[in-house]
Design a binder for this molecule. Structure first.
Ligand code: AMP
Length: 592
């Protein structure tokens, strides 16, 4: 017998989910469905996204509601528009063979009149984000007096996003005797409080261990210098030619810049963050879903609710500020029983954070080595071989050319021909990578890499500034989201001078003072001649002797502001996701 029938689900629904490929229940479905089907419990389910929790509450709702009535009987609240649409769509799919089921998705950023029209026509299940729901309630456009079940999905996310008060207000319009089902990936005190305030003796279910990550996710970390982060990131991506990944950054600015840098470097990437219009975000998401994008660079908020299966890698370009967010990020991979890798790029200072995350997710991270140039070359080569093996040959079109082609190769052996064809691609990445340096942090360098530059400044004179160093001013600072480590990397990347040539870095709000060995000063000035940061000219000046204020009239270089200096030459974007242009030696140079 179909295991869903054994759980108590009707045939018409089981037929619909069989078509979706649901052969047997996931652990949360197996445990939650029988409890929820009784309709008599409040419920708390601690489960990650990707565990099948939508069906865990969606299937029981379809069994419990009376679809001969056309008033709202179930309200599902969730944090994002994407998740809202996903849940509504999923439930409609489950109900494909069930007559008279009406589901409405209520979310901001779309026409409210369409949503109101659907509500007026009569719905039993309302899936909503809190803001728009309150708006509709405020217009007296919906009657929740017949609601029997409220589902709070991704409750921790909703609280993170500041929806607590909205949720209170919405719930106050529903009957006292309704049942509340809460799902959350984590159980911080705020979520516990909701459970306590709104529920009576809830049935609690934890899938996996508490707060633990999905068992199918491997957690890897790489220790690198801040200045090598972008180059290391590209190596990791290059050594996984089949990657279909989400790259998390901490800020919108970082997200945009990484995406731009990747596109310039020929990667198939785009950004998703809150400064984009809804339409732009939808477009990016569509491209990602269709897999015409290989790398989605996103902020935590923008990536909430992304439900794309088959994501192979989550890459934490920057670790999240809130450790809890790590679970949400990594949960974007290894969905629906698949496996996935969550990668973190850290400097030595951030190792403590990795240990903290390990405690939260209850799993150990594996330390990985940034692939060496030869490793990447090997991976790319075998990806090419694989592609040759898989390529679809269009006989009709190629046949007319074949006699001449065969003729051209008549003198060559099979081995020689294979060697030459593979060399066509191979030479390009071989050339690019053959002198690529090792980017792994050597433990003996750890002091330098702690980013505090203390080792050097201790050797300085009374005022802390050594005479064979020059103090410079740059018009970027902490408001531009630089840490000292980032600044070190930024200077080195733009000037190609070694981090050892840089002394103390004094990061201020809108500017920074930094010291450079006298012999490297010119390189710094010339390196920053044509650089812009977010459309702003980067300006470097001699800070003078005062160590406090920059001296006017000092040597100063300013970018022409055209946004495209040397090393930023536009490279064609290989939208097809195949081999990238490895021909430029500058590829590992970037503003990161
Ligand atoms: P969710 O956690 O509800 O977002 O589900 C994650 C993914 O797993 C979705 O794409 C579902 O369609 C899929 N899924 C849910 N339940 C099952 C099941 N029993 N068998 C196979 N796939 C499932």
């Amino acid at each position: 017998m179909n295991p869903f029938i054994e759980l108590g689900i009707r045939h018409d629904i089981v037929n619909a989910i069989s078509e979706l490929g649901f052969e047997k229940p996931t652990p949360i479905q197996e445990q939650a469905v029988p409890v929820l089907l009784t309709g008599s419990n409040d419920f708390v389910g601690l489960a990650q996204t990707g565990t099948g929790k939508t069906a865990a509450f969606g299937l029981p709702l379809l069994e419990l509601l009376d679809f001969s009535q056309k008033h709202p009987q179930a309200l599902i609240l969730c944090p994002t528009r994407e998740l809202c649409l996903q849940i509504a769509k999923d439930i409609e799919k489950f109900a494909k063979n069930t007559p008279n089921v009406h589901v409405v998705a209520v979310y901001g950023g779309a026409s409210i009149s369409d949503q109101l029209r659907q509500i007026r026509r009569g719905v039993q299940i309302v899936v909503a984000t809190p803001g728009r729901m309150l708006d509709i309630i405020g217009r007296n456009a919906i009657d929740f007096s017949g609601v029997k079940y409220v589902v709070l999905d991704e409750a921790d996310e909703m609280l993170n996003m500041g929806f607590q008060e909205d949720i209170n207000n919405i719930l106050s319009t529903t009957p006292e005797e309704k049942k509340t089902w809460l799902f959350s990936a984590t159980m911080p005190a705020e979520v516990r409080r909701i459970a306590k305030n709104y529920m009576t003796d809830p049935f609690e279910l934890t899938v996996g261990t508490k707060n633990s990550g999905n068992a199918n996710i491997e957690h890897h970390y790489y220790v690198i210098r801040a200045r090598d982060k972008y180059a290391a990131f590209k190596r990791i991506v290059d050594s996984s030619p089949e990657i279909f990944g989400i790259v998390f950054c901490r800020t919108k600015i970082e997200t945009q810049e990484i995406a731009e840098a990747l596109i310039k470097d020929g990667y198939n990437a785009d950004a998703l963050h809150g400064d984009l219009s809804q339409q732009q975000r939808d477009k990016v998401m569509k491209r990602y879903r269709d897999r015409s994008l290989q790398l989605l660079i996103a902020t935590d908020v923008a990536a909430r609710g992304i439900d794309v299966n088959d994501v192979t890698h989550v890459i934490n370009f920057s670790l999240p500020d809130e450790i809890e967010n790590y679970t949400h990020r990594s949960g974007r991979t290894a969905r629906a029983g698949k496996t996935g890798v969550s990668i973190s790029l850290v400097n030595l200072k951030e190792l403590g954070k990795i240990r903290q995350i390990e405690k939260v997710i209850g799993k150990s991270f594996v330390k990985m080595e940034v692939p060496k140039g030869a490793d990447v070359v090997g991976k790319q080569l075998f990806a090419l071989i694989n592609k040759v093996q898989q390529v679809a040959v269009n006989d009709d079109h190629i046949d007319p050319y074949l006699p001449q082609i065969m003729d051209s190769f008549a003198e060559l052996s099979k081995e020689e021909i294979i060697k030459r064809f593979t060399s066509l691609e191979f030479n390009r990445f071989l050339e690019y990578y053959q002198h690529a340096p090792d980017l792994n942090v050597d433990a003996s360098e750890s002091r330098e890499n702690r980013g505090d530059r203390k080792g050097r400044s201790e050797r300085f004179g009374r005022d802390g500034y050594k005479s064979d160093y020059t103090r410079l001013f740059i018009n970027l600072g902490s408001v531009d989201n630089f840490t000292r480590g980032d600044m070190l990397g930024y200077i080195c990347n733009n000037t190609r001078i070694s981090g050892k040539a840089i002394g103390k870095i004094d990061l201020k709000g809108v500017y920074t003072f930094f010291e450079v060995e006298n012999t490297s000063v010119d390189k710094v000035f010339s390196g920053f001649q044509q650089v812009d940061f977010n459309g702003r000219s980067v300006r470097v000046e001699n800070a003078g002797d005062s160590h406090g204020e920059k001296r006017s009239g000092g040597k100063s270089y300013r970018n022409s502001g055209n946004g495209g200096g040397e090393g930023r030459k536009r490279r064609d974007h290989n939208g097809g996701g195949g081999f990238r242009d490895f021909s430029s030696k500058r590829r590992e140079k970037s503003r990161w």
